[in-house]
Design a protein around this ligand. Structure first.
Ligand code: GAL
Ligand code: CA
Length: 346
């Protein structure tokens, strides 16, 4: 009996020591989350809007004994610049990094820097290849699935073509179309195009591809490419599928610049639901877009960043393969565009 009492007492003392010693302190949340954000190009409209959301989300998590600070660096399209910026962000004290790679196939230098300094990394929007994600266990990705956005764009276009016979302007039973593509090598370019086209075909639409142009997500480049395509195919084009809203808007700019009457315009579809994209849907200029949930992505990144520093991952963050978070896309037409603009607080 006395032996038992002694053992119980000893256990109690040991527990006490554990609780009040270093072990206890290690699990307590550090109160400073210094987030270093590196983006490929802040002049990219969607990225600019996503970064604004991220700042807002992180600021919202400040308080309650927690301090969040954000530093943002823009690589303006150079991977080498981004590598230097990441080094500086770490030297300046970032304890978690959010990285929007310039070259999604070239993250090794950043991963090495992060690992040497034990700073976890959340890649976003430009998805590293799976092999690179295996280089270290503190690498995460937040984004969306390119395939889903392509399928939704195809469904939106198919719905319109089925319901409005005027889309087939020359009444030949086929839809003559062109594609405006984002950066070559980006996971969202080829996959969006392929899935939009396949979905149209699966929905019984006969298609004829007239041309395509690469415009790197950019409105001005898309305007140029579109002017060339209009030069080659003049009034034959019935449908413009753009890999993002800015390029769809650039295509509309081209028609306006050439003074083509609106009644002779093809129909345009984008992806993203940027502020300008949503407004164009509300104005009836863009037939539809697919919402790339920047608020959802920013919220997931902000919460993950805080939890990686404090050491406790919230249970409701849903991971795929342990370290990927994908937010769903949503279809947008004139019927619901305003709701999305409201969601963005505009
Ligand atoms: C895509 C987005 C594009 C562009 C690109 C940059 O997800 O739809 O508009 O921002 O990311 O990586
Ligand atoms: Ca036709």
């Amino acid at each position: 009996m006395r032996k038992w009492r002694f053992a119980a007492g000893l256990l109690f003392v040991l527990l006490g020591i554990l609780l009040f010693s270093g072990c206890g302190r290690q699990t307590a949340a550090p109160d400073k989350v210094y987030v270093g954000v590196a983006c490929y190009n802040e002049s990219d409209v969607f990225i600019g809007e996503l970064i604004d959301c991220l700042k807002e989300e992180l600021n919202g998590l400040s308080g309650d004994g927690m301090e969040t600070m954000v530093t943002i660096r823009d690589a303006a399209g150079s991977q080498r610049t981004q590598n230097d910026q990441v080094k500086a962000l770490i030297d300046e004290g970032s304890n978690v990094l959010c990285i929007n790679l310039v070259d999604r196939a070239d993250p090794s230098e950043i991963i090495d820097l992060a690992r040497e300094n034990d700073v976890p990394v959340i890649f976003f929007n430009r998805e590293p290849v799976a092999e690179d994600m295996m280089q270290w266990e503190k690498l995460y990705y937040v984004g969306a699935k390119a395939k889903q956005s392509g399928v939704m764009q195809g469904e939106l276009a198919a719905e319109l073509i089925h319901s409005d016979r005027r889309v087939d302007r020359n009444r030949d039973g086929k839809i003559q179309y062109v594609v405006l593509e984002g950066e070559p090598g980006h996971q969202d370019s080829i996959i969006r195009t392929e899935n939009a086209v396949d979905t149209l075909k699966n929905n019984g639409i006969e298609l004829e591809k007239l041309s395509y142009g690469i415009a790197n997500w950019n409105r001005a480049q898309a305007q140029n490419r579109m002017m060339q395509m209009i030069g080659q195919h003049s009034n034959e084009i019935e449908l413009v599928l753009a890999n993002n809203d800015d390029m769809a808007l650039g295509a509309i700019d081209a028609y306006a610049k050439l003074n083509i009457t609106e009644s002779a315009f093809p129909v345009f579809f984008g992806i993203d639901g940027t502020d300008a994209g949503l407004r164009a849907v509300m104005d009836g200029k863009l037939a539809g877009t697919v919402y790339n949930d920047k608020e959802g992505q920013a919220a997931a990144m902000a919460r993950l960043a805080v939890s990686l520093v404090s050491g406790s991952v919230p249970e409701d963050l849903e991971f795929e393969n342990g370290r990927y978070i994908y937010l769903p896309y949503y279809k947008v037409t004139i019927a619901n565009a305003e709701e999305f603009l409201d969601k963005a607080g505009k």
